[in-house]
Design a binder for this molecule. Structure first.
Ligand SMILES: Cc1ncc(COP(=O)(O)O)c(C=O)c1O
Length: 414
């Protein structure tokens, strides 16, 4: 009844030559399938879960919220509460709007940027993935890179104004911004400042600095797609990590505590162009859903604890350290781990990855044997060589040890 047996392609496990997992429940760091197999989960709902599955306190709070209804279609008190948290954690966001998926957030942010600047061109980077909007689904990473080189069904006209640049390539950036065909005509540059969708690949600081300068000079809006990095790499996201602010920021995943919540926001002057204040239209039936925002608000209360990110980072480092050592000590073996905060990717066959071209050069065959090796031992790794694994607070030391041992065993066997 369902293409590939899934609601999103990468879950089909085609690359691993398996049938899709069908999950009946998830608890702390475990997902359990309908045949009662249990897996230690490093996919964490593609990074949406930072605390863990079925966090007991959150479940109790939501049970209370559920008694007050599931959708109002009218502003709920949680919108105000969550907006207050987000704007205090990310100072570049003075005003925001909630929506229901990362795809919506990036699509609407680009529309707003185009409306605000009265320009059409947008720039994105090869291997960055910004969801499913036609004009952003060109040379994208993530599942798009796992299974397809391109998608049918996207009219040429919808991508006429989308310009793709190689990630981390300052020369290409300078060249585009000085090209008379585009100079002063670009509405926005959208970027994953720490790319998650070609495997963890941080932008270089110099590159980000220059990107900010060029966009300022030409009054082009800089949009950070922080759907993955927002509230994942730190309270202030990638913009805090680089200490470089965006004009607009897209959020998703962690901000919804495992529910379909996303948001986009930025400078008041820009956001006030949204209807009903302004002339850029965007709306949504379930936008600001009370139950979903309650979950997001609960997560925000947890992550603002002063030790939250340092603890999660330390836990990730402890897990990765012996694996990094094993990689560096093994002769005639090339691999690397790239990580920021609690995000990490193990690339086989590459010593470092700075862009999609290098991510594509990684040894995919070895990745799939790695995936299957872990899977057979009850460990669920994100099923793509271009994806990111995530640490959750709920990962237990026992389970981390088990996963670490399995990964070390796999490396040893090569
Ligand atoms: C960086 C980034 N932006 C946008 C999206 C799209 O979000 P969603 O899948 O919620 O539509 C994703 C999804 O993985 C993402 O990783």
């Amino acid at each position: 009844m369902m293409p590939g047996g899934v609601s999103s392609p990468v879950r089909a496990l085609y690359g691993a030559k398996r049938t899709p997992l069908v999950i009946k429940g998830a608890y702390r760091d475990i997902v359990e399938d309908i045949d009662d197999n249990r897996y230690i989960d490093f996919c964490a709902s593609w990074g949406a879960l930072v605390l863990g599955h079925s966090e007991p306190e959150l479940m109790n709070e939501l049970a209370e919220d559920l008694k007050r209804g599931t959708s109002y279609g009218i502003t709920s008190h949680y919108e105000h509460k969550l907006a207050k948290k987000i704007t205090s954690f990310m100072p570049s966001i003075e005003m925001l709007r909630f929506c229901s998926s990362g795809t919506e957030a990036t699509m609407f942010a680009v529309r707003l940027a185009r409306g605000y600047t009265d320009r059409d061109y947008i720039v994105k980077f090869v291997g960055n993935y910004h969801g499913g909007a036609d004009f952003l689904l060109t040379e994208a990473g993530s599942g798009f890179a796992t299974y397809e080189a391109s998608s049918k069904g996207i009219p040429k006209a919808s991508i006429n104004y989308t310009l793709n640049l190689p990630y981390n390539d300052q020369e290409a950036l300078e060249k585009l911004f000085s090209d008379p065909q585009y100079k002063g005509k670009i509405a926005a540059v959208i970027i994953e400042p720490i790319a998650a969708n070609m495997g963890v690949t941080p932008a270089k600081k110099e590159f980000m600095k220059r990107l900010r300068e060029l966009t300022k000079e030409q009054e082009t809006l800089l949009i950070y797609d922080e759907v993955v990095t927002g509230f994942r790499v730190g309270l202030g996201g990638a913009q805090e990590y680089f200490d470089i602010e965006a004009d607009l920021t897209c959020l998703g995943k962690v901000v919804g505590g495992g529910f379909p919540v996303a948001a986009y926001g930025g400078k008041k002057e820009i956001m006030q162009r949204l209807s009903p204040l302004g002339d850029v239209y965007q709306g949504g039936t379930l936008s600001g859903n009370p139950l979903a925002l309650a979950a997001g608000y609960y997560v925000m209360k947890k992550i603002e604890h002063p030790d939250f990110y340092s603890k999660l980072r330390a836990k990730t480092q402890n897990f990765l350290k012996p694996i990094k050592e094993a990689i560096s000590q093994k002769e005639n073996f090339s691999a690397c781990i790239q990580d920021v905060g609690s995000m990490f990717t193990l690339f086989f066959g590459q010593d470092r990855v700075e862009n999609m071209k290098e991510s594509n050069l990684s040894n995919k065959e070895m990745f799939w044997s790695f995936f299957n090796f872990l899977f057979d031992r009850g460990i669920y790794w994100p099923p793509s060589p271009h994806e990111t694994a995530f640490m959750m607070c709920s990962h237990s030391q026992d389970h981390l040890q088990k996963a670490q041992d399995a990964i070390l065993e796999f490396i040893e066997m090569q």
